[in-house]
Design a binder for this molecule. Structure first.
Ligand SMILES: Cc1cc2nc3c(=O)[nH]c(=O)nc-3n(C[C@H](O)[C@H](O)[C@H](O)COP(=O)(O)OP(=O)(O)OC[C@H]3O[C@@H](n4cnc5c(N)ncnc54)[C@H](O)[C@@H]3O)c2cc1C
Length: 462
């Protein structure tokens, strides 16, 4: 098996195939081992967030007062040193995992010459041909850059450039209120930058629970974030003293820096897909079937290059599933239960459906809510805004959705995922004993809330 791209999708495909006894090679560009995930995406952005939370002391201010800081003047060097440390370690881990599993790594840029062969251009300019029975395309994406905007990577940036900023901007415009845009908006707002978010849609993160998105907006406004919804950027001007973002409505927003987060483009343009009998859509994405097979059945595609949900988490699983399928190994039931984690400040995570989706689908549900401020652990850590919401079926008492906001949301969600995945009911959570004091206890509190409401319906209805 030949895997193009060593991001989460490619790595997992390669290692899974190697474990199943196949001879496997991975190709990637020099210095990109681990993919976007390690170098410009998941890992650096989450490390940066951790550095921001620690150095600003933001999460401790409920306890020690609004002026609490671990460090007064936080520099880019303070933030980046942690990121570089983690990225270096992660690259080492991946190299070692590939080596331990006898996966060969070839450095260079690949393009198809036919449906079983890839030409690899090495840094020296030399080319070598690699052929394989199965090929997995895991080439990921790059930030989409509108042609009308003159990016310079320093004052007018995309999300890749954030990691090479020279200083923390005093003010910043973020164009696009998607996941990446809102994660960076949170981080810069926490650092004290005056952030304006411009979004052409009337709202943001519409896949999430409405109440949680409202809470996030409230928190970010509290950190001086301004939202400009239903607004389109007409032009971004660079001047000696900063940038002006001009909106179609006529407004002008001055800022030190502008970050565009306007979606991502599949990295397929240089792959010569046509040589393999394949094509990509206008956003560079490749279509696959439920086994991650392309139109050419021995060529698979996984990860961001196939589109939504475009997460490291899902890419890994797609890689494994593709390799298993290629090797004739049965793949477990991949139910549609994928957790979504959004590392805004505070963080959001959910699994299953939202109240709006259930209402639209005419599925009855009852709600159970737990607020961190009512939990001993919430008080101890100084998180008074966090919450967990369970959406419960009144018919069979199973969980239809779990929505979490606040400290540890992206970890806590997996309790809900396990209960849902195993077909458990709200009664399991009512009866379960949780360590105390923990945030996990919020499941029990929310379950009791939901069952009390269900009981009320039963009482009146009887
Ligand atoms: C700022 C940011 C934050 C994110 N945060 C999260 C998060 O918190 N959680 C989460 O789950 N996901 C997150 N993601 C998404 C996550 O990074 C991606 O879903 C994941 O990296 C996709 O993995 P992949 O396997 O598709 O490949 P990628 O990680 O995109 O890697 C693709 C690799 O293919 C290589 N490649 C491309 N073309 C060629 C070629 N022709 N020849 C050789 N090699 C090639 C590239 O060099 C690259 O190394 C984030 C993304 C960004 C940008």
């Amino acid at each position: 098996m030949l895997v193009i791209g060593s991001g989460p999708g490619g790595q997992r495909a390669a290692i899974a195939a190697a474990k199943l006894g196949r001879r496997v090679a991975v190709v990637d560009r020099p210095d990109m081992i681990g993919g976007v995930s390690i170098h410009t995406g998941t890992i650096p952005s989450k490390t940066l967030r951790e550095a921001v939370l620690y150095l600003t002391g933001l999460t401790q201010r409920d306890l020690y007062g609004q002026s609490y800081r671990v460090k007064e003047d936080i520099t880019v060097a303070d933030l980046i040193s942690r990121t570089q440390h983690v990225v270096g370690r992660e690259v080492d881990v991946i190299r070692s995992q590939l080596a331990r599993n006898q996966v060969s790594f070839f450095s260079g840029t690949a393009r198809f010459t036919d449906d079983h062969t890839v030409a690899l251009r090495e840094a020296s300019g030399d080319e070598r041909l690699l052929s394989a029975e199965h090929i997995v395309i895991a080439t990921g994406t790059r930030p989409a850059r509108p042609d009308s905007v003159a990016f310079d990577g320093r004052t007018i940036m995309d999300s890749d450039n954030v990691l090479t900023l020279e200083r923390v901007p005093r003010s910043m415009v973020i164009v696009g209120a998607g996941v990446i845009g809102m994660e960076y908006a949170s981080m810069f707002a926490a650092l004290g930058s005056k952030v304006t978010v411009v979004e052409k849609r009337p709202g943001m993160l519409d896949m999430c629970d409405v109440e949680i998105v409202e809470s996030l907006k409230y928190h970010l406004r509290d950190l001086a974030v301004t939202f400009r919804f239903s607004e389109t950027v007409a032009a971004v001007e660079r001047h000696a003293r900063g940038t002006l973002t001009v909106l179609e409505s006529g407004k002008k927003i001055p800022a030190d820096a502008v970050m565009y987060s306007a979606g991502r483009q599949g990295l397929t343009d240089g792959l010569c897909l046509d040589k393999a009998g394949l094509s990509a859509d206008a956003r560079g994405r490749i279509t696959v079937d439920e086994h991650y097979r392309t139109e050419v059945p021995h060529i698979y595609a996984v990860g961001d290059v196939i589109g939504y949900p475009a997460l490291a988490a899902t890419s890994m699983e797609q890689g494994r599933a593709a390799a298993y399928h290629a090797c004739g190994e049965p793949v477990g039931r991949t139910h549609g239960l994928q957790p979504i984690g959004i590392y805004t400040i505070p963080e959001i995570s959910f699994i299953g459906r939202t109240e709006d989706q259930l209402t639209e689908d005419r599925v009855p549900f009852e709600v159970g809510v737990s607020r961190y401020r009512e939990l001993a652990r919430g008080q101890i850590i100084g998180d008074s805004h966090g919450m967990l919401k369970l959406l419960v079926s009144p018919e069979d008492r199973t969980l239809l959705g779990v929505h979490c906001f606040g400290t540890g949301a992206t970890e806590l969600i997996h309790i809900g995922q396990s209960v849902m995945g195993c077909g458990g009911t709200v009664d399991y959570l009512v009866d379960a004993v949780f360590n105390y004091p923990t945030l996990a206890e919020s499941y029990k509190v929310a379950a009791l809330d939901a069952t009390n409401r269900l009981r009320q319906i039963d009482r009146i209805g009887d």
